[in-house]
Each structure stands twice: as structure tokens, then as C-alpha cells.
Design a protein around this ligand. Structure first.
Ligand code: NAD
Ligand code: UGA
Length: 463
């Protein structure tokens, strides 16, 4: 049987990362009649996707990949060949913050996106639908249109914006049961036809009322705005946490009280050591940059405040540690429990733990980094730090042995049920615990003998 008769549609995704891999695995699982190929310039990554040691850790992902890989999901480095065969091409390459030139430190670096557009153009012998899955500044689709449709081959490309809203650690659930799927298209007959083709794919498992459509610019901006709103909630509650610590209010009680207001809602109101991850800061910087380039300084300043509070929260956490431990942590052993930017991922991109570890090393503490999944990335993040002051230890009990303090930086479920009596017994005294995620039973820890410093709650000390 030829491939043509086996599959109804041929989909391609360029970029086999945190978005491309899981998203395409879900499409392949839900649409056995489609052939789904994922390509990447990184051959090692593609090799990992073809093995059982996937390049990213995501609960439930390996099971899905194993179910569909070789059936209708394929990983390849033959980018040109795959482009030529595909009807619909999703692009989920990375869009980090630019580190050079105009807009450095704010604007997204669109070089990977642009190179991809040129590769698509070169390798295509017929027209295609190109779907922006990466998070891009508003009006990027316009640039893509111009590059793709500047061809002399007489072929037409239709660009759609279909931003991805999955969160790491819950990607499979988010993809299977999305709050919404957003598809932005040009308001032309070709745009409408491309939009309908993409709606049809998602309609294989997403209820129609959750598939919403808009113009391309609204879709692009909605993605940046969604991340900005989510991050803004965290900075809001973190700003309140600082106030709680000065007033003996309890941020948990405040967050509960405000979250019961149906207009506010109770999600994303956990005070923490600060938000991390590859996207919140990057996307807010992108929003700030667009606002500035549109001459909207007040708008830019508003979002800048969300980032400023996040930086403040991370610095404040380190200051609390140093101040509580008699204004010096030099030569003291501090065990960081968790390095990933959130639980259930090995991802450490922009994790608050990076800054906290570096600041403690600057204070000449001995830092022991512990994490169940993220130690390989942590080693890269902290490369160049003095080797005699930086240790890595997966087992939290070993990390804590002889430590003067523990700091919880990631809310891994396993940390909730550690034997803290045994940990306390193995530590230097007085023993401190800084709960940067408010996941522990602070009263019980205090009862054991710890000096406990939560976020946004009164400290419980024996000093
Ligand atoms: P990633 O770094 O994990 O993966 C991107 C992949 O693209 C890499 O494997 C890289 O090798 C590949 N790539 C780069 N240039 C290429 C090219 N020219 N041809 C082929 N492959 C190329 O990034 P990610 O986390 O998957 O994010 C991708 C995009 O999705 C970003 O714009 C991000 O903002 C957005 N996003 C990410 C998440 C998330 O949870 N990580 C969620 C929603 C949206
Ligand atoms: C976030 C968004 O939630 C996704 O919708 C979006 O698709 C994605 O960014 C993206 O564009 O990359 P993600 O960064 O994977 O997803 O994870 P989140 O669950 O949003 O957490 C982000 C950070 O905020 C983490 O460091 C987390 O610990 C922190 N956080 C979250 C808090 O500090 N408090 C909270 O109440 C919630």
C-alpha cells in the first residue's frame, strides 16, 4: 500500500522541542489517519525522540510516543524532504530573547523562525499552510507572508497563527483537554479555507466550542497577553507576600480569601520564590518591546513592573536566608531542594534557582543542589562556579546531611513527605528551612526544632 492511500493528510512540525514533540504526539494519537512528521536541525534530539530516553521529561509523554511512533508519528532530520511532502507545516522553533543588536535584552530573536521560513520556501514545490506554533510578536505573520510569498515558483503559502498554551509538567493533559484552541487566519477566502483545515484537525478530539478563531494579529497578541496575565497574577501575589511578612498577615489566607471571589478565581495565586521557565519573562519582554516600538511607554512600564517584582522576589528570598542566618552564610552548607522551574519537568530555563544558587555562591556558601530530574541541566546552568563550593546530590537526604539550611525551590511532591525528623537530626544546628514554595507543614517543622521561614507568612523560630 502506498503512503498516499494510507494517510488522509500529511502534517509536519519543524522544531522537536517542548512544544513540537508533545503537540505532534497528541495529534498523531488522536488522528491515526494523518501522517505526522517532526523534524529538527538537532540530530541528537531527533535520535533521542526515536529512543526511549526522550529529550524532555513530561509525565505521560513516553507512553503516547511509544503508542504512535512508527505508526503515524515519525521523527527525522530530512527537513527538506519532509517539507516537500507536507500539506500543513507547524513551526515550533525557539524564539529566545535577543542577546545582540537592536532590541537586545527585550525583542525576541526571530532568526530561527526566519531561517525556517526560507527553508520552507526553498524546499516546497507546491503551496502549503504554514502554522505559527512558536510564540511570536504581533504581526510576525506579516513578515512570514512576505518571505514565503516572495517566490517566483507561482505557489501560495497561507500563514495561520495557532499559539500553544500548554504548560510544562502538565503538557499531556493540557493538550488532550485544552481550555481553548486558538486559530488566527487572514480574513480572505484562502485564509478561511486554511483555518477550516486546521479546525478539522483539532475537532478530532477538541469540542468545537473550545476551538476559537480570530484574525491573525489577535491570535498572536492573545498568546503574549495570556502569558503576561498569568505572570502578572504571580507577581501580584508575590508583592502581597512581601507585605504579609512585614505585617504578620498570612499570604495563604489572603490568597484563599481573594481567590474565592468568582471574578478573581483561585488559580495561579501561589506565592513563590518567583516565576521561571522559558516563556514568561521572554514573552513579557517581547510585549514591552512592542509597546515601546508603538510609542506606548506607560503600557511598557506597566508590564515592566511585573518583571521587576519577580526579580525582587528572588533577591528577597536570598536576603531572607542571609539575614536569618546571622547575616553570614560564608562556608555554611545550604541544600537547595529543587532546581527545575516547576515540578514534573527537568527544564531549568530561567529557573529562580539559578539566580538563588549564584547569589549564595557569591556569599561564599557551600551550595548543594538537589533535584530528582534536573541535575544535568543544573550543572550546565551553574558551569563556571567554584567546584569546591558547589555540589550536586540527587538524594535529598544526602544533600541535607550536615547542612545548616534547606531551601525548597521546586514544589516536587516527594518533598512534602520527606522524613524531616531524620533530616533535622542529620543537620548542623541551629537548623533552618526556607520554604520558597510554601508546600511544607511549617508548624510540624517548627515542632521538630527547625527555624522555619515560609514565603509571606510569619517565621517560626527558636532563636
Ligand atoms: P525548544 O528549544 O524546546 O525547541 C525548539 C526546537 O527548534 C529545538 O529543538 C531546535 O533545535 C529547533 N530548531 C531551531 N531552529 C530550527 C530550524 N531552523 N529548523 C529546524 N529546527 C529548528 O523550544 P520550545 O520550548 O518547544 O518552544 C518553542 C516555541 O513555543 C517558543 O516560541 C516558545 O515560546 C513557545 N512555547 C513554549 C512552551 C513551553 O512550554 N516550552 C509553551 C507554549 C509555547
Ligand atoms: C506557561 C503557561 O502556563 C502556559 O499556558 C504557556 O503555554 C507557557 O507558559 C509558555 O508559553 O511557555 P509554564 O511556564 O510551562 O507554562 O508553567 P507554569 O505552570 O505557567 O509556571 C510558570 C512559573 O510560574 C513556574 O516557575 C511556576 O512555579 C510559577 N508559578 C505558577 C508560581 O510561582 N505561582 C503560581 O501560582 C503558579
Amino acid at each position: 500500500m502506498s503512503d498516499k492511500s494510507r494517510f488522509e493528510r500529511r502534517l509536519l512540525c519543524i522544531g522537536a522541542g517542548h512544544v513540537g514533540g508533545p503537540t505532534m504526539a497528541m495529534i498523531a494519537a488522536k488522528c491515526p489517519r494523518y501522517e505526522v512528521t517532526v523534524v529538527d536541525v538537532n540530530a541528537e534530539r531527533i535520535g533521542a525522540w526515536q529512543s526511549d530516553a526522550l529529550p524532555i521529561y513530561e509525565p505521560g509523554l513516553l507512553q503516547i510516543v511509544k503508542q504512535v511512533r512508527g505508526r503515524n508519528l515519525f521523527f527525522s532530520t530530512d527537513i527538506a524532504g519532509a517539507i516537500d511532502k507536507a500539506e500543513i507545516i507547524f513551526v515550533s522553533v525557539n524564539t529566545p530573547t535577543k542577546t545582540f543588536g537592536e532590541g537586545a535584552g527585550k525583542a525576541p530573536d526571530l532568526q530561527y523562525w526566519e531561517k525556517t521560513a526560507r527553508t520552507i520556501l526553498e524546499a516546497s514545490r507546491g503551496g502549503k499552510i504554514v502554522v505559527e506554533k512558536s510564540t511570536l510578536p504581533v504581526r510576525t505573520a506579516h513578515a512570514m507572508d512576505r518571505i514565503l510569498n516572495s517566490n517566483r515558483k507561482g505557489i501560495h503559502f497561507e500563514v495561520l497563527s495557532n499559539p500553544e498554551f500548554l504548560a510544562e509538567g502538565t503538557a499531556i493533559r493540557d493538550l488532550e483537554f485544552p481550555d481553548r484552541v486558538l486559530i488566527g487566519s487572514h480574513q480572505t477566502p484562502e485564509g478561511g479555507a486554511a483555518r477550516d483545515a486546521l479546525v478539522e484537525i483539532y475537532a478530532n478530539w477538541v469540542p468545537r466550542e473550545r476551538i476559537i478563531t480570530s484574525n491573525v494579529w489577535s491570535a498572536e497578541l492573545s498568546k503574549l497577553a495570556s502569558n503576561a496575565f498569568l505572570a502578572q497574577r504571580i507577581s501580584s501575589i508575590n508583592s502581597i507576600s512581601a507585605l504579609c511578612e512585614r505585617t504578620a498577615a498570612d499570604v495563604g489566607e489572603v490568597s484563599h480569601a481573594i481567590g474565592l471571589d468568582g471574578r478573581i478565581g483561585n488559580r495561579f495565586l501561589n506565592a513563590s520564590v518567583g516565576f521561571g521557565g522559558s516563556c514568561f519573562r521572554k514573552d513579557i519582554l517581547s510585549l514591552i518591546y512592542i509597546s515601546e516600538t508603538c510609542g506606548l511607554q506607560e503600557v511598557a512600564g506597566y508590564w515592566q513592573g511585573v518583571l521587576a517584582i519577580n526579580e525582587y522576589q528572588k533577591r528577597r528570598f536570598v536576603q531572607t536566608i542571609v539575614n536569618a542566618m546571622f547575616d553570614t552564610v560564608t562556608d555554611k552548607r545550604i541544600a537547595l531542594l529543587g532546581f527545575a522551574f516547576k515540578k514534573d519537568t527537568a527544564d531549568t530555563r530561567d529557573s529562580p534557582a539559578i539566580l538563588i544558587a549564584r547569589k549564595l555562591l557569591d556569599e561564599r556558601a557551600v551550595v548543594v543542589v538537589s533535584d530528582p530530574k534536573a541535575l544535568a541541566n543544573a550543572r550546565l546552568d551553574l558551569a563556571g562556579a567554584p567546584a569546591d563550593r558547589l555540589l550536586f546530590e540527587e538524594n535529598p537526604y544526602h544533600a541535607a546531611r550536615g547542612a545548616h539550611a534547606l531551601a525548597i525551590l521546586t514544589e516536587w511532591d516527594d518533598y512534602r513527605s520527606l522524613d524531616f525528623q531524620a533530616i533535622f537530626d542529620s543537620m548542623a544546628k541551629p537548623a533552618f528551612i526556607f520554604d520558597g514554595r510554601n508546600i511544607l507543614d511549617h508548624e510540624a517543622l517548627h515542632g521538630i526544632g527547625f527555624n522555619v521561614f515560609p514565603i509571606g507568612k510569619p517565621a517560626l523560630t527558636h532563636l
